[in-house]
Design a protein. Sequence first.
Length: 486
Amino acid sequence: MLFILSTNSQKPNEDKQKIIRRHVMLGKNKGKARPSKRQTPIVSCISESVGPHGNPVVALSLVADMYRSFIPARVGSDCSCSELVADVEPGTFGDIMKFAAVAPKILFPLAVLIGFEPQDRDWCEGLTYDAAYLHATIFSVEVLVDNIMVRRHQDVNKNATRHLLKSVQLLREKLLENEDVFASDSTMRVILVLAITAYYLWDHATAKKHMKALRQIVDLRGGLATFKAKKILLTLLKCDLCISLHTGVKPIFFNDPFLEPYMPYPEKEVLAIGQSPEFLRHLQMQDGFLRDVHHDLAASWLVLQRFCSLSNLAAQSNGVLPTQLHVQTMASVMYRLLDLNHFQARSVDEMIRLGILALTHHIFLQYQHLKLPYSHFQSRLERSLVNLQLFENANPELTLWTLMVAAISVPNMAEDAWLLESLRTLVQICKITSWRDLRGLMKAMIWIDVVHDKPAKDMYARVVSDYTPIKANSRLANDVGSALTE
């Protein structure tokens, strides 16, 4: 090591000054990128082309980038700066908001395509001023997480029970103090959360009591047509349909067409579906298997087919569909099909009805990863599809679509050996040799890519795994083959 001696009267020479400077700067310039001496040319958003009036043409993408650079990125959510109305730990509230932000995308894929109205944002803001709603929401999230992570259907942890009791207590006190809030949106939100949570817990008796209370509130407010907040209406009808579909009881709403007519199909200018018999007959001619089915089945099929096409288009273009379209499509189709329960158990009409119900259940109602016990709807679906005589009159492509929809819509059915065997047979009959072939056939029927592609692809992999051609003397192959050749 070199030592440099220096006094006040004698300055180091030039060589020693360089040594000192180099020693001082050791490690100072590491990891730093030197600026380029070449100047980056300024990119102009004005192209060399000229418009019709002699003005230069501006590239729209460059202009958008220029303006976007001035907009700071969003930090937090709508409720990040909210002041809690109840004595809840900040960490618990933070976990609730994180879960609420990601849950719809994970559990309900179609939620990303719903464009909720501004008045629907009160669902989040209500957590800041409605203590009963806050405790009910925490209770619901605790139950949902337990159901998904621990697979408990009827057990409620102590923390969730505490929030449930607190929510009911606060709601009762609020109603006793002020009767005017009985039919308010805030009261409906609390009861809706409790009804949905009872459904998660498979407590149908409690869920039905909550739905009857909601029915009374709706009647006091003048009926469903008076609701401006579409999210409340959507959640209300979803809960009603879930309970009816899985228990076999009549729904609370639209259970008598004479007293409460069905919700009309979406507007003609939205879905291009008319109400006139001539228009419907013209569309039926385009789909051969719809010619001989019940007219409500044909209309529901066509409405859903168009809705799925619009959903696929919205997903591809990063757009959203209006909430009203979701509400009208779901309610107009599902309530009609639930009432069409007079078909023979093993008829083609019943197969189509249950297939459409399974599809709409998967699109509008079912939460992914939420496994529920064996239901009335699953029992009805199995009785209709398990009989091999069904293949005698049904279109094989339609039957394949129905079985695939049943397999991905009712998770418990995917484990049934008869279903896998039937799918293998129909894959052979329809000459399906790849997932691309199957997807093309499904999309020609009724299909939403973001909802159905992944589970259907996984199911197809199971069907073709360890695949061996069905022998000629196989009972299943013989029954199906002879039925199709007659």
